[in-house]
Design a protein around this ligand. Structure first.
Ligand code: ADP
Length: 598
């Protein structure tokens, strides 16, 4: 117990409660300025002194500063003056009259105080955020207890300050992330290269609060960097050698360049400014990379509003740059695909024109050939020997075959130019099938194939174009005969089926679900062309209806043909609002099937 007895105890109780009250108030504070004001006001009360001073550390500048309400700002380097020493060492300094020596003006003291206690404001990691000083103890020097109390106040204040800072930087990062997200979304939605470049440049300027941005892309074929810059409503293309200028240096070194004053930097080329009338001051230039991390260009951001580009700006641009790089590369790829597609379309058109021309040209000489052959066969050019007659019959067959091929080509060309005009009418399917079976029966017999007909009696008429349907049927029969070896069988069948049966196993049915639903209660005629031939490998099935596609398209292939037949069949049947189905097993045979509404 102290020599002054009860009086002293009473006093220290009231000091303690004042101290606790200050602590509580500090913890409740939500604004930095008010927290500092509170500390400066209450610390002398708690320590029974006259006055206090508070300095804050500014790390980047290595300085301490204060903004006293009564006068101008005081600033001095860490290490100088009493507060400077405390900031540098992180230790308490408790000075009494004898220890205080001028000059004290470094820290803005006008007269020498008798006593001065200085403590550092240390955060959780022990970093000094500021220095708190209390001057002129009313009685005697500052005690050990004063030192302890002031240290506690100072460290509590530092912790609250640190929380504020954390909160502020958290908010700032959150804001940055949400800005980044917004611009990423915007750039990912754009596929057009020019618009994308414009959006990226605008977003970069907005993100970094810069005046304008330019994106340079590498053109490897020409060893150049190119960019488009807006000039009023027009845009102008700039091209640089790959190692020229700041952008050139950035793409070749892969390093960021951050310039505070362009006109004082020897790397800066004033030419563009002179041409465009723009005045560049600050520049942040950074490489832009694709998914694989390869440099595809550079970002150049100019004239930061109200200052220079910071490390934080660099980080932000870096994060944005990788997003932008990916979007740009995708857009470039898309552009190439579009170009290739346009070229392909043009080639396709050329091929169609060629096919149309060549098939007409081929057809014309056939008529006189046939005319002469017929005249000769009928004896109009004198009597023929048996050998001559046989020869002319072979010529006739070949010309017929040529005619069919040319007709196929013509129909195909015609169809390619647009949907076919069907001349629909009631068609008797059994008559049609019998007719085509008759046509192919000679060939089947010659090849040693069993051509079997299986037609449901009293089949109703179907709503179809007889000529086109006959063509589809003949193409399917032609294939069946062609791809079935001697001794095999080709079956031609027609049945009546009810619409509800078509979708039972899910894989069948008409193409459009709406048609299926609408037509569920209708009858259909199912037509089948089935063979016991070589079959089609399962992997080839999805492509056999493509134009010109042949399972065996090698020059040494066994079977003739153009690869157009099934494409035509598909077009004809689809023009009828239906669909062709195929099932096949290699070495066992193939079945083609389609349905026609009654
Ligand atoms: P192609 O003129 O070659 O017959 P298609 O378009 O008619 O052309 O048929 C495409 C390919 O599908 C054929 O080359 C063949 O490989 C295969 N194909 C078609 N029908 C049959 C079938 N009945 N049996 C086996 N393979 C077939």
């Amino acid at each position: 117990m102290d020599a002054k007895g009860p009086f002293r105890a009473e006093e220290s109780r009231s000091r303690l409660s004042a101290f606790l009250e200050v602590l509580r108030a500090m913890m409740a504070e939500t604004e930095l300025d008010r927290l500092l004001g509170l500390l400066a006001r209450e610390a002398p009360e708690v320590l029974e002194a006259e006055e206090s001073r508070l300095f804050l550390v500014e790390r980047e500048k290595g300085e301490l500063y204060s903004q006293p309400p009564w006068g101008p700002e005081v600033r001095f380097p860490i290490g100088q003056g009493i507060a400077g020493q405390v900031a540098a060492s992180g230790q308490i300094l408790n000075l009494a009259e004898g220890d205080l020596r001028p000059p004290l003006e470094v820290e803005g003291l006008e007269s020498l105080p008798k006593t001065l206690l200085s403590v550092p404001l240390k955060d959780r990691r022990g970093e000094v955020l500021g220095v708190l000083q209390v001057l002129e103890k009313r009685e005697g020097p500052f005690s050990r207890e004063d030192e302890r109390l002031l240290s506690i106040l100072a460290s509590q204040a530092a912790i609250v300050m640190e929380n504020f800072q954390l909160d502020r930087s958290l908010r700032a990062s959150l804001e940055r992330v949400s800005k980044l997200l917004a611009v990423s979304r915007a750039i990912n939605a754009e596929m057009d290269l020019d618009s994308l470049l414009a959006i990226i440049a605008e977003s970069a300027s907005a993100l970094l609060r810069a005046d304008r941005s330019t994106i340079f892309l590498i053109d490897r074929t020409r060893g150049e960097l190119w960019s488009r810059i807006a000039l009023g409503l027009d845009s102008q293309e700039i091209r640089l050698k790959m190692d020229q200028g700041i952008a050139g240096e950035v793409v070749s070194s892969g390093r960021t360049i951050n310039i505070q004053d362009a006109y004082r930097d020897p790397r800066f080329n004033r030419e563009v400014d002179q041409r465009t009338g723009y005045r560049t001051q600050t520049i942040l230039c950074m490489p832009m990379r694709n998914k694989r991390g390869e440099i595809i260009g550079a970002f150049q951001v100019l004239n930061k509003k109200g200052g220079t580009f910071t490390k934080e700006d660099e980080g932000l641009l870096d994060a944005f740059s990788s997003q932008a790089g990916i979007a740009l590369e995708n857009a470039q790829l898309f552009e190439e695909v579009k170009k290739a597609y346009a070229e392909l379309k043009e080639l396709d058109q050329m091929k169609s024109n060629f096919l149309a021309a060549i098939s007409h040209e081929l057809r014309t000489p056939l008529t006189p050939i046939m005319g002469y052959v017929e005249t000769m066969l009928s004896g109009g050019m004198g009597p023929l020997s048996l050998g001559q007659q046989r020869g002319l019959e072979v010529v006739t067959k070949c010309v017929e075959r040529l005619k069919v091929l040319i007709e196929d080509l013509l129909t195909f060309v015609h169809m390619e130019r647009g949907a076919i005009d069907l001349q629909r009418q009631g068609v008797d399917p059994s008559r049609l099938i019998r007719k085509w079976a008759e046509v192919f029966s000679v060939r089947a017999r010659e090849k040693g194939l069993d051509l079997k007909l299986e037609i449901h009696p009293d089949l109703p008429e179907v709503w179809a174009d007889e000529k086109e349907l006959g063509k589809a049927l003949s193409l399917l029969l032609d294939n069946a005969l062609k791809f079935t070896p001697t001794g095999g069988q080709v079956r031609l069948a027609a049945h009546l089926v009810h619409g509800s049966q078509l979708t039972v196993d899910g894989k069948e049915g008409l193409r459009e679900p709406s048609t299926v639903n609408r037509e569920l209660h209708r009858d259909f005629v199912e037509i089948l062309v089935q063979d016991t031939g070589i079959g089609i490998p399962a992997t080839e099935l999805p492509r056999i209806f493509d134009r010109f596609y042949q399972v065996d398209s090698s020059p040494t292939r066994k079977f003739g043909g153009t690869g157009l037949g099934l494409a035509l069949v598909k077009q004809i049947i689809e023009a009828h609002g239906s669909q062709v189905f195929v099932e096949s097993e290699e070495g066992k045979g193939t079945t083609f099937r389609f349905y026609l509404p009654v």
